[in-house]
Design a binder for this molecule. Structure first.
Ligand code: ADP
Length: 176
C-alpha cells in the first residue's frame, strides 16, 4: 500500500483547485500548442511562456517544471509525450517515462497532489486504452516505490469516453 489516492475526474485540468501541480502534455519546443497545452498557456497567462522560453525545449519522455502563474496551483510540469507511430518506435516506454519523469520532479519539489491529462491521446494519437493502462500502472508503481510522498494522483479527462476508459483501468488495477 502506497497510501496514495488515485482518481479519474471529468473536466478541464486548468480549473482544478485541489492539486499542487498540473501536468502539461507539451511538445518538445515547450513553447505552447493546441489541445491541453493551449488551454494551460491561456489560463496561466504570458508569464508561463516567458519562463518556458528559458528552458530551451525538452526531449520526449522527459519533464520540466515551471511556476503556474494565474493557475490555481503552484507548478506546471511539462512533458512531451510520444507521437503514436504504430507502436514499434518505443512509444509505450516513452509514455511510461513521461509519467515517471513528472512524478520524480513532483516529489523533488514537495508536490503531494498532482493532476495529469491523458498524455499523447489527442493529436499524438496514442490509443487511449493502452495509454490509460500505462499511465495508471506507472503511477501506481511509482507511488509504491515512494511511500508517503504522494497524497493524490488524479487524471482530469476532457471527454466522457476517455474518462470512462481511465476509470475502468483504475478499477481493474486496484491496489492490492
Ligand atoms: P497530445 O499532443 O499529448 O496528444 P492533446 O492536448 O492533443 O495532447 O490531447 C491530450 C488529451 O487532453 C486529450 O484527451 C484532449 O481531449 C485533452 N484535453 C484538451 N484540453 C484539455 C483540458 N483543458 N483539460 C484536460 N484535458 C484536455
Amino acid at each position: 500500500m502506497s497510501g496514495t489516492v488515485f482518481k479519474a475526474v471529468r473536466g478541464d485540468i486548468t480549473k482544478l483547485t485541489d492539486v499542487d501541480a498540473i501536468v502539461n502534455a507539451a511538445n518538445t519546443s515547450l513553447l505552447g500548442g493546441g489541445g491541453v497545452d493551449g488551454a494551460i498557456h491561456r489560463a496561466a497567462g504570458p508569464g508561463l511562456l516567458e519562463e518556458c522560453r528559458t528552458l530551451h525545449g525538452c526531449r520526449t519522455g522527459e519533464a520540466r517544471i515551471t511556476g503556474a502563474y494565474r493557475l490555481p496551483c503552484q507548478y506546471v510540469i511539462h512533458t512531451p509525450g510520444p507521437v503514436w507511430r504504430g507502436g514499434r518506435y518505443n512509444e509505450r516506454e516513452l509514455l511510461s517515462s513521461c509519467y515517471r519523469s513528472c512524478l520524480e520532479l513532483a516529489v523533488e519539489k514537495g508536490v503531494r497532489r498532482i493532476a495529469f491529462p491523458s498524455i499523447s491521446t489527442g493529436v499524438y494519437h496514442f490509443p487511449v486504452e493502452e495509454a490509460a493502462g500505462i499511465a495508471v500502472r506507472t503511477a501506481r508503481k511509482f507511488a509504491r516505490e515512494h511511500p508517503g510522498k504522494l497524497e493524490l494522483v488524479e487524471w482530469a479527462l476532457f471527454d466522457d469516453r476517455t474518462w470512462q476508459i481511465y476509470a475502468d483501468e483504475m478499477e481493474k488495477s486496484e491496489e492490492d
